[in-house]
Write a protein that binds this ligand. Structure first.
Ligand SMILES: *Cc1c(COP(=O)(O)O)cnc(C)c1O
Length: 677
């Protein structure tokens, strides 16, 4: 194909073709070094052209996915290679650690020195959105994703000695972030007395084989066309208490998203609302067709609900909405979105206007059918999953590759991982899985070597968003008991990580309380080492979910709609210690660890409930003690008993992860929700 003498011409041709499809702002000044005839920041460029063409074609049915946040793990997966060295503001260089080994905290920081993830997510919802579009790319489904360019990210968590967390503004530079490109396109949203202008950006999400892309279109209000207050609308994710800002952010995602897709010439069959945040998309679509054809429009919308927690749903006073929406918009909002007489609830709007809707686990489906009894026959359950190529660690991948004859081509069909169960009695495989795990654990211990983490010490981790119902404090409720277990059975290492939403006082209190309890353990660090890591993100999540011995998940049932971090862990043969909630309900008989704690009642979901910290922590210690015992029977003074039931459970974890991949999840979305692909 590539003829040297024609190189320049070819470059021109491809450039012209690309630029006719994607109007890059500042191409020749800024991006021509990274975007050449065949390469886009080191990745093959031709797939961008063919996928862009598919999106514009009226022959091929395409999907648009709308989400407030995306966690792409751009630091660990399909990392773009720019021609120039990284702009330091787009890097994470170091984090602090707070532990009960105080000297190390004082003397050292955790050196990271990696590109930061594209800072447009806060937690599990965003990671799911990221895993979803990567998988859609792997499966070659013509799609485009729409999100927001958060110019100040979510926030950077700073530990404030032992007093809690300080939320710092995140500094980053979109113009030099590898793979992120600004477009010349500017769109306009028209409201009663206001106009919002949005600049469009693109970030191409490649399939793992790098043979297909899903463009992620990001909306940015930080441009001079907007009045000053509007420039901040796409500033910080979920950070505003101001009701008008909240409304306008949802207007940007929903209405701006629809306008952007039209501006870019995308021909969309199905609009997928990931959460109710984007529900104003209906308004824009109906405006464009003079408020006619609601029934027909419904067929093109699908909606995924991600939380049974009432506070997680957006509710706005009609009088507040009237400030921005015209009479016809308002009559739609009143007809389809009213919860009580003066309130519009975006969840109701999405439930009423999307023809297909789903919960994110079987358990969550049951909860939703109680919460939305009118729709109980229509609510489907599609359990979340995780993206194999993002979350399975290299050592585990290599091990499974060696057994591909037994397992089958799990690269292309993740469900084949269930065949791993047939290797349970294979001694070499059992040794291999232990070694792969120890290799991962060595990486963790290496990262934390100044804290003297040891590879042969029983290690567990609690890491996720810090929210009350997730009960971060449960493991440290009775620290004395934990110390006693460590003294009796063998030393224990615990890792905590997670950001608390800065506007959530309770969340702040939890961080503070955790630190207090860790601080009180400073004399015990020979037996029980507790380490809190700052600024939890996908980079750390990938290390933690693959390297500890036990993944702790203790939400108060039934408040966890699905949860996904445990799925990442089982994909890496990491055992679960979990309450019975979310996805775990579906895996409860798979022998992938221990389940403990009280079971939630479906009808308790709408009531204020106490967190049952006393009862459940006591049950947690019982379960933990048994797990520690079995661990030290298995890994006994550096001698490993490869016949141990512990290793049976590690094998079960991988074979069970066959059911919790995004590849399985997307197939269900294709069949039950989208009808395309
Ligand atoms: C997977 C992930 C989560 C979700 O964790 P849950 O235990 O499912 O709540 C949150 N944050 C990050 C960075 C993740 O990678």
């Amino acid at each position: 194909m590539r003829d040297i003498s024609n190189g320049v011409k070819m470059q021109d041709m491809i450039e012209n073709e690309l630029l006719s499809l994607v109007d890059i702002d500042g191409f020749s000044e800024k991006y021509s070094k990274d975007i050449s005839a065949d390469k886009f920041f080191g990745f093959p460029l031709k797939h961008i052209i063919s996928c862009e063409k598919k999106l514009k074609s009226s022959q091929i049915p395409s999907l648009a996915y709308l989400s407030m946040e995306y966690g792409l793990g751009s630091s660990i997966y399909n990392v773009f290679t720019p021609s120039e060295s990284l702009n330091p503001v787009n890097k994470i260089s170091e984090n602090e650690v707070f532990s009960n080994y105080r000297l190390a905290d004082y003397l050292f920081t955790l050196k990271i020195n990696e590109i930061m993830d594209l800072p447009i997510y806060s937690g599990g919802l965003g990671v799911l959105a990221g895993d979803t579009i990567k998988t859609v790319a792997d499966m070659h489904i013509s799609s485009v994703a729409v999100g927001m360019l958060w110019s100040m990210g979510y926030f950077r968590q700073r530990f404030w000695f032992k007093y809690g967390q300080l939320p710092e503004k995140m500094q980053w530079d979109p113009y030099s972030y590898p793979g992120l490109i600004p477009l010349k396109n500017i769109i306009k949203i028209t409201l009663n007395d206001d106009e919002i202008y949005l600049k469009l950006w693109k970030y191409y999400v490649f399939s793992h084989k790098k043979d297909f892309v899903v463009p992620l279109v990001l909306l940015d209000s930080n441009i001079p066309q907007n009045k000053e207050s509007f420039r901040q609308l796409t500033g910080q994710l979920y950070r505003s208490d101001d009701i008008y800002i909240k409304i306008l952010q949802r207007v940007i995602l929903g209405m701006g998203g629809i306008i952007a897709l039209k501006e870019l010439g995308c021909n969309i069959n199905i609009f997928h609302l990931n959460e109710g945040h984007a529900a104003f998309a209906f308004i824009e679509k109906l405006r464009a067709q003079d408020y006619k054809g609601v029934e027909e429009l419904k067929k093109h919308f699908v909606y995924t609900c991600h939380t049974p927690v009432k506070a997680g749903h957006d509710r706005f006073l009609i009088t507040d909405l009237e400030k921005f929406f015209n009479k016809k918009d308002m009559s739609l909002l009143k007809e389809y979105g009213v919860e009580e007489k003066d309130m519009v609830n975006l969840t109701f709007l999405a439930m009423n206007l999307a023809s297909r809707k789903n919960a994110v686990s079987a358990r969550h489906g049951e909860v939703m059918r109680v919460q939305f009894a009118d729709y109980k026959d229509e609510i489907k359950s599609i359990t979340n999953g995780v993206h194999l190529y993002t979350w399975m660690s290299k050592p585990v991948f290599s091990l499974l590759d060696k057994y591909r004859n037994n397992i089958g081509d799990f690269h292309n069909d993740v469900s084949l991982l269930s065949n791993v169960s047939a290797l349970k009695r294979n001694d070499d495989f059992r040794q291999g899985i232990w070694q792969a795990h120890q290799e991962n654990k060595a990486k963790l211990c290496g990262m934390l070597d100044k804290w003297e983490l040891k590879e042969n010490v029983f290690t567990l981790c609690w890491a996720r968003r810090i929210a009350a119902y997730k009960r971060p404090i449960l493991l440290l409720m009775d620290a004395e008991r934990l110390v006693n277990i460590a003294k009796k059975i063998g030393p224990i290492q615990v890792i905590f990580a997670g950001k608390a939403h800065p506007n959530d006082n309770l969340g702040f209190t939890h961080v503070n309380e955790l630190m207090d309890r860790v601080d009180a353990l400073s004399k015990e660090c020979d037996f029980l080492k507790v380490v809190m890591l700052e600024n939890y993100d996908i980079y750390l999540a990938r290390i933690l979910t693959s390297s500890v011995d036990v993944w702790l998940n203790n939400p108060l049932p039934p408040f966890e709609a699905s949860g996904t971090s445990g799925m990442k862990a089982i994909m890496n043969a990491v055992l679960q210690l979990s309450t019975l909630d979310g996805w775990v309900v579906e895996a409860k008989d798979a022998q992938i660890g221990k389940i403990f704690g009280s079971q939630g009642k479906l009808d308790s979901i709408n009531r204020e409930e106490d967190l049952r910290l006393e009862e459940d922590s006591s049950l947690l210690y019982d379960a933990l003690e048994e797990m520690a015992k079995l661990y030290y029977l298995t890994n006994n003074k550096d001698k490993v008993d490869f016949s141990s039931y512990w290793i049976d459970m590690m094998v079960n974890c991988i074979s069970e992860s066959a059911r919790f991949s995004t590849h399985r999840m997307i197939k269900e979305y294709q069949k039950d929700m989208w009808g395309i692909g």
